[in-house]
Design a binder for this molecule. Structure first.
Ligand code: ADP
Ligand code: ADP
Length: 589
């Protein structure tokens, strides 16, 4: 069975010559395989399509996918957005007192699943002809358990609470203080109790519009906990949070699952691993179709995801396995010092940062870890010459900096934006094309308006631009924000390989432990008191850096025996206690 999908947002018939239509062999034979909707976008008849894929290949916007699907999957369609639109196959089951995790690339239907399970979207089971009502849904649903879920949902016995993905929108919908927002949902005592748990007591009287990303995330999670409901959906609860807070939130979510059903979408694999009781992997082609896997134990799901092969489904989701190394070779040995960062300090009045400086070796990636509000971004901005330190800091080298908050104001296409940011020399450099643009598929975005890019696409574009610049030091501030798990891991490898080949150092601030582990040769650890005082220690070896950092958090990691990926130990477990006793917070066999 083949499906022909036109990714609606990508299709731009006003900007192309309808290559899909003109090159199609069936059109040339005189068959009416193409129809066009009001916007001039094509709908391809799946009955007539030969499956040759010429249209997909010729489309300048990579908007068409012709895909062969196993028959049994095709029969389990749950929703189709429109003729030739995205399709979702199968649904996950939620369970009492369990945290169910959803793992999948951006664009494979995670939000669609959440919308269906929360009753916001009535699934049409691929039938676009007939009117859809709760009754037709209940009739079409397979399995008694799912039926029971939807009967309760549509009858109002199962109330759903959602923590949305894009928390940045909250200030647009709510004007007022945090206390005002949370106070509408529960009693004062409950608000106080939850605020204490999530460590937001001190910001209760702040205006919502003045909150940082991390503070907004905690407020959104607090709101989800306070709202009455039996089912809680959390869409990317770790975004903007530092590792300590990610763990704090994970424990709170686990506690919530003692009383409610919880479904979590999360791209930080260490956190998803720690948080979930069971995981469904969503696989497919982003924008075209997504299939929900069978439920898997947490460790099996993540191992299969990293191996790139789902055993029960007998499906390869990636060509290459992702491997972690338990004892990475020392990267400083045999390498020259490339750059020395001088000691400096910065006093904002309320917050003070200092560094003793340090040496960076050629071709190495130094991960930068520490809590929010400890001065990491300030440190980068001073190095990049964007703000001044208390004393002059002159590095005398060319720096390429990807900031934390990305500008989407540019009016024009991705191609125009890239031409504005990079020199002709940089753009025509085969290294840039082969090592950055090609693996990150940047050319697929060329014709898109910068303002229309999704969070993940925008992040990818800014990382690609920062890495393509000819520079002596590369600074990347939170590159994993909005990237899905697959792209995070891929990006870690791209950055590491690039620096190694270029022989230039990079420093990368991030909170995703898998990303840090895969990308970094050494670590710069930020310690102090968030919002008051911060200082940097290192760069240290990855092992020493992680040990120091995790010790300050009181968290230990073990290694998965199969994939060697780091796994968070349950606090107070035998392993946790033993590792703490030995001072081995990271890297044990
Ligand atoms: P994810 O949450 O995994 O990123 P989504 O469920 O948001 O994925 O989207 C999956 C696909 O469905 C996307 O390609 C998106 O363009 C498409 N899609 C989402 N909502 C609609 C809609 N209302 N109409 C048409 N297509 C949609
Ligand atoms: P991190 O990147 O580790 O989260 P930042 O460098 O962004 O930390 O901020 C460190 C501290 O400095 C925070 O408490 C922040 O509020 C404060 N800060 C940042 N910029 C300024 C500024 N321009 N004026 C005063 N305080 C600032």
């Amino acid at each position: 069975m083949k499906i022909a999908v036109v990714v609606y947002d990508h299709c731009q018939p006003k900007k192309c010559s309808l290559e899909c239509y003109h090159y199609c062999p069936r059109v040339r034979m005189g068959d009416e395989i193409f129809t066009f909707d009001k916007a001039g976008k094509p709908i391809i008849s799946e009955e007539l399509c030969l499956g040759c894929g010429i249209c997909a290949h010729k489309c300048p916007f990579k908007a068409i996918h012709i895909i062969g699907l196993p028959h049994e999957i095709e029969e389990e369609i749950v929703h189709k957005y429109r003729e030739g639109g995205f399709r979702l196959y199968r649904l996950p089951q939620t369970l009492d007192k369990k945290v169910i995790g959803l793992l999948g690339a951006n664009g494979v239907g995670k939000t669609t699943v959440l919308k269906i399970l929360s009753g916001l979207l009535l699934p049409n089971f691929g039938n676009l002809e007939e009117e859809i009502t709760p009754e037709t849904v209940l009739k079409a649903l397979p399995g008694a358990q799912l039926k029971k879920y939807f009967i309760d949902l549509y009858d109002g016995r199962l109330r759903v609470v959602v923590k949305p993905q894009y928390i940045d929108d909250i200030p647009k919908y709510f004007k007022g203080s945090v206390r005002g927002l949370l106070g509408r949902l529960s009693t004062d005592d409950r608000v106080k109790e939850i605020a204490k748990l999530l460590e937001i007591e001190e910001i209760l009287d702040r205006d919502v519009k003045t909150l940082s990303g991390g503070e907004l995330q905690k407020v959104a999670i607090a709101a989800a906990m306070l709202k009455e409901g039996e089912m809680v959906f959390l869409d990317e609860p770790s975004s903007y949070l530092d590792i300590r807070t990610r763990l704090l939130v994970s424990r709170i979510i686990a506690d919530l699952a003692e009383r409610k059903r919880v479904l979590v979408v999360e791209h930080d694999l260490a956190i998803l691993d720690f948080l979930s009781d069971l995981i469904y992997v969503l696989f497919g082609v982003p924008g075209a179709y997504g299939v929900v896997s069978t439920p898997k134990s947490t460790s099996k799901a993540i191992n299969e995801f990293l191996e790139g092969y789902l055993a029960e489904e007998n499906i390869r989701i990636r060509n290459k396995e992702i491997r972690f190394t338990v004892h990475p070779p020392s990267t400083t040995e045999g390498r020259e010092v490339f750059l020395t960062i001088p000691a400096f300090s910065k006093d904002y009045g309320t917050f003070r940062f200092s560094t003793e400086g340090g040496e960076l070796y050629e071709g190495e990636v130094v991960g930068v870890v520490g809590p929010n509000g400890i001065g990491k971004t300030t440190f980068f901005k001073i190095l990049a010459g964007e703000i001044e330190a208390d004393m002059p800091v002159s590095l005398d080298v060319k720096i390429s900096h990807k900031p934390q908050y990305l500008d989407q104001e540019f009016r024009g296409t991705v191609e125009e934006y890239i031409k504005e940011c990079l020199t002709e020399e940089e753009l025509s450099d085969p290294f840039v094309t082969n090592e950055i643009f090609h693996p990150l598929k940047i050319k697929d975005l060329y014709e898109h308006e910068v303002s229309s890019l999704s969070g993940g696409e925008l992040q990818k574009l800014h990382i690609a631009i920062a890495l393509s610049r000819e520079a002596d030091l590369y600074l990347l501030d939170e590159p994993t924000a909005y990237l899905d798990a697959d792209l995070r891991i891929y990006m870690a490898k791209v950055i590491k390989r690039l620096m190694d080949k270029r022989g230039k150092p990079a420093m990368v601030i991030d909170h995703d432990v898998y990303f840090v582990d895969l990308s970094s040769d050494r670590l710069l650890v930020f310690t102090g008191k968030p919002g008051v005082e911060g200082r940097s220690v290192g760069p240290l070896s990855l092992k020493d850096g992680m040990n120091l950092f995790l010790k300050s958090l009181g968290v230990t990691f073990r290694r998965d025996y199969q994939t060697h990926r780091p796994r968070i130990n349950k606090p107070g477990s035998n392993l946790d206690r033993e590792q703490k006793r030995k001072g081995e917070y990271y890297y044990t066999e």
